[in-house]
Design a protein around this ligand. Structure first.
Ligand code: SF4
Length: 288
């Protein structure tokens, strides 16, 4: 079997470039300690900005050094930091309502997991929950991952705990995760989330994140009750500067299935029709 060799650049949109064996062997020697004979392959790698000449006596940074992990498949994990949540969403598969259904891992165990993640070569973490920002030790976990050069790729949140102080903590660490913030439609978010003020909080979080130049994904769950505000909701997100909107059919979790008939899930056909209507309505903006 031919084992593929690639150069994966996590900083440039996770771009991937296939390498042949000769290029791969040369790259392994680009450690700041080997002298290499100039040849066509080296010229090629220099021209492609993949390598550059090392200044006399300058060593590579730890994160530039060649590493080998016996892990060919997983470069990213999604880590549910807690099952607790300050919301009571009508479609939540956890339905935890502020309680832990299972014991939450103490910080000590989370730090150990952070190191295990780094030890097996995983490069990126997506935080989710529950509401991950409810953990008081959230930044201790972040810092342990950063110490091991694991990237914080994304944070899934209901937005209620996004404050100026929180954003300052993120900026202070010089990191740029994307944020997936739930927003289930103008006038319907409070109802869906089971909390008064949820809509205001989500919009405020989105505004602050956009203002601070973060990649923001608004996540919208549609159902029979809110389908008619989908277009206006996407328009609002667009006007607010959200980078991406993800629209999902609300699935029939146990809690959702106990709701009255008029708020039931959409059929798959109705959901696809809504997607098509949305594509036509926003045709110009998305260039289709
Ligand atoms: S915000 Fe997420 S985790 Fe919290 S109750 Fe809602 S769906 Fe569940």
């Amino acid at each position: 079997m031919r084992i593929p060799r690639v150069l994966f650049n996590i900083n440039k949109n996770a771009s991937v470039r296939t390498l042949d064996l000769e290029e791969f062997d040369i790259l392994k020697k680009c450690d700041g300690n080997h002298d290499l004979e100039n040849n066509d392959v080296i010229k090629q790698l220099l021209n492609a900005n993949i390598i550059h000449l090392n200044e006399e006596g300058k060593k590579l940074e730890t994160n530039q050094q060649y590493k080998f992990f016996n892990n060919r498949y997983f470069h990213q994990v999604r880590w549910g930091l807690t099952e607790r949540c300050n919301y009571k969403c009508r479609h939540c598969f956890m339905a935890s309502d502020g309680e832990n259904r299972n014991d939450e891992l103490p910080l000590e165990d989370c730090l150990d997991i952070a190191n295990q993640i780094a030890d097996c070569g995983i490069e990126r973490v997506i935080f989710t929950g529950g509401e991950p920002l409810l953990r008081n030790d959230f930044f201790d976990i972040v810092d342990e991952l950063l110490k091991r050069n694991v990237k914080i790729a994304s944070i899934n949140t209901n937005g209620s705990l996004i404050t100026k102080e929180f954003i300052d903590e993120i900026i202070k660490r010089n990191i740029k995760p994307s944020f997936s913030v739930s927003f289930d439609g103008i006038g319907y978010h409070n109802w869906m989330r089971g909390v008064d003020g949820a809509e205001k909080d989500a919009l405020n979080a989105i505004k602050m994140l956009v203002e601070n130049d973060f990649y923001v994904i608004a996540v919208c769950c549609i159902h029979q009750g809110n389908i008619h505000v989908l277009n206006d909701t996407v328009e609002l997100m667009n006007n607010m500067g959200v980078t991406q909107v993800e629209v999902y059919r609300t699935a029939e979790t146990l809690r959702w299935s106990l709701l009255p008939e008029e708020n039931k899930a959409l059929s798959y056909e109705d959901c696809y029709d809504a997607y098509i209507d949305l594509l036509y309505a926003h045709k110009k903006k998305i260039g289709t």
